[in-house]
Design a binder for this molecule. Sequence first.
Ligand SMILES: [Zn+2]
Length: 269
Amino acid sequence: MFVKPCHGIVTSLYSNSRLDPVEKEVVRPHWGMDYGTHSDNTIAAAASGTIRFIDNTKNGKTGFGKYVVITHSNGWETLYAHLSSITVKVGQNVGQGQKIGVKGTTGNSTGIHLHFEISKGRWTNQYTHHVNPALYIDDPDVRHLQQMLNVLGYKVTVDGLYGNEVVKVVAAYQKANKLVADGVAGRVTMAAVEKSFASVAKPTPPPKKEEIRLFKPSSPTLNTSMIDKIEKATKDKVLQDPKWLAQAKAGTLSLDDALALSVYIDGNK
Ligand SMILES: [Zn+2]
């Protein structure tokens, strides 16, 4: 039902206890997920619905900065926070993927990102109906991550959902690569995974053909005597295959074959 509301990688996951990035050393729940900044910071409705609430004050008391709440079918609601601008009005109907604003860093925020929440029922900041958005969004960036991890030997389902399986696998990758093992594939981890992937995913070059050294005698006399030798052996049926003589005359006889033929002819005269 929901699609990813913006471009950008996951920089923070839904969690019951997260170290607050603004009030450091304070652990509190993070009832949504964060998507980092991107060259295209358009925010779009995750599903069709009606704009129920807008806070257009830059530094409102909620900490969400400028934010939008949309009501969808069956009473589901989504929240989009820390926007730099809002381009819809309360009561307006929006289609899935329709622009509602632009990603920003208003409110309690340490950098440009979208804080996104899904509520299975009316959204309030009491978080009674909240669900983990990562389990509802098939994220193409997460699919890409899952595909790369599989190539790197970490077995993980490729479904675009950033569930516990992905968290565990990412943490394992991080641990193996001496990164902070928090299970979140943020910028540093993504860059590391891309690098590991690039190093193993290089197309294997076709095997080099073994170089064939041709029989190139240092004097024309030696060449003539070799041709004569092969010609005579062919005539005498010591050599059955006429290709040797043809190759010797064309100058395409390999050095190895020339040596072998010489020994063979001498031994079978
Ligand atoms: Zn957040």
